[in-house]
Structures are given as structure tokens and as C-alpha cells.
Write a protein that binds this ligand. Structure first.
Ligand code: ZN
Length: 227
């Protein structure tokens, strides 16, 4: 359904980056809502390819994708996701428990969810879906439930509009996220078309960067349980 025809509250806006988590959320939302729209952001991220994957994934899912340009984010932050001359830190769980890795884009989720909320209200949509998780997260503070609940309240107050931010992955680990993708019947899409890797390799990725390490560990655990 095209966005201009939406008139019911059984609709949701999904934040789509072209990665494993947001793609799983896209299909999760498709199962629960009559109408689903997607929103993606171009913020001069390291790999433009993820936007191409987001476009492809949205097209295959028959979901309209709005791509918003936010290049300013890369001018005012310094991290490995937007500065190609900073190399991505390799996976070290102990260190990430103390401070977020250098791939943290400060304030990103707050900005993205705020834009998603403005976009949603335009179409009388109250539901927003995002793939953040505090279970197997990389130490990013804006992936935690406390932040999401707080922002939901703030957005509701700021626009006098009853937003609901859905976080289907919040309390599940990566293995369970693979299990959810399996239940949704999208294992192949997640495995072959999503881009999670910080080094820009689609699918299984480079296997060494923090995102790949999490994804690989989760997949192996999921397969072990499935057998
Ligand atoms: Zn990687």
C-alpha cells in the first residue's frame, strides 16, 4: 500500500538499515500490522552498500522505503562508522562492557527515532518499530530499554501524540534473533541479503569485526539448538 492511502492505526513505521536486526523487524511488523512503511538514513556511513541492501530488502518485502539524508551527523561526530580513516576495533567483550566500541555514532538512535516519529505522524501512524537490543548489544547506550521507554514518553509529550515504540529484539540474544528470523520464514533473506559487517561484506561478512563476531556466534548457537 502506498503511504498516501494510509488511514488506519494498524500501521507501523520500521527503521530499516539493511542489517540483520532491522530486516527481521521489518518482517515481524509485516506479520502484525496491516500497513508497514520503512525509513532509512543516509548519514555518510562507512558503507553506502547498506542503503542499497535496504532498498532491495524493502522492494522484496513490498514495503515503501523513505530514505532520509542526514549528512550532518558525520560532520559533528567522530567514530569508525562515519570516518573511514578510523579503523574498526576488533571484538573484545570485556572492553565493550566498560565503554562502547569506536563504532558508536553518538545520539544516532535518538535522532533516527525522532525523524521516524515525525514521519509516522504525518501518516497518522502511532507505531514505530526498531531493532535495538540490550541483550547482545555492543555497549551502545541508545540500544537500552530505559532509553527507548524514555524517548517514547518524550516523543509523545513533544508531539501530543500516542507513540508506541516496539522493540521485538530488546530481550532476545543473537541466537534467538536467528530463531525469530527462521520462524518468520526469512532465514535466507537474513543470511544472504543483509549487511551487518562493519567492513561492508554482505551476508556472513568478514567474520572478524564486532558486528560479524556477534552475528556468527549467534548463528552457530542457533544452528546447534536447531539440530
Ligand atoms: Zn565484519
Amino acid at each position: 500500500m502506498k503511504s498516501e492511502n494510509i488511514k488506519n492505526s494498524k500501521a507501523a513505521v520500521v527503521l530499516l538499515s539493511g542489517g540483520q536486526d532491522s530486516t527481521t523487524c521489518l518482517y515481524w511488523a509485516k506479520q502484525r500490522f496491516d500497513t508497514v512503511l520503512a525509513i532509512g538514513f543516509d548519514y555518510n556511513q562507512r558503507h553506502k552498500l547498506e542503503l542499497e541492501q535496504a532498498k532491495l530488502i524493502a522492494k522484496e518485502a513490498n514495503v515503501e522505503l523513505c530514505l532520509m539524508e542526514l549528512p550532518i551527523l558525520s560532520d559533528i561526530t567522530k567514530n569508525a562508522l562515519v570516518n573511514c580513516n578510523i579503523s574498526v576495533e576488533t571484538y573484545n567483550e570485556n572492553q565493550f562492557q566498560k565503554s562502547p566500541p569506536n563504532t558508536e555514532v553518538v545520539g544516532r538512535n535518538m535522532l533516527f527515532l525522532t525523524y521516524a516519529a515525525i514521519y509516522a505522524k504525518q501518516y497518522s501512524i502511532e507505531n514505530i518499530v526498531t531493532g535495538v537490543s540490550q541483550t547482545d548489544f555492543s555497549g551502545y547506550p541508545d540500544c537500552r530499554e530505559a532509553f527507548i521507554l524514555s524517548l517514547e514518553k518524550t516523543l509523545t509529550l513533544s508531539m501530543d501524540y500516542p507513540y508506541k515504540i516496539h522493540t521485538p529484539l530488546m530481550h532476545i540474544n543473537k541466537a534467538q534473533a536467528w530463531e525469530l528470523a527462521d520462524k518468520l520464514g526469512i532465514l535466507n533473506i537474513i543470511k544472504n541479503k543483509t549487511l551487518t559487517c562493519y567492513n561492508g561484506i554482505i551476508g556472513d561478512g568478514c567474520t572478524a569485526c564486532p558486528a560479524c563476531a556477534l552475528r556468527k556466534r549467534g548463528y552457530e548457537e542457533f544452528i546447534k539448538r536447531k539440530i
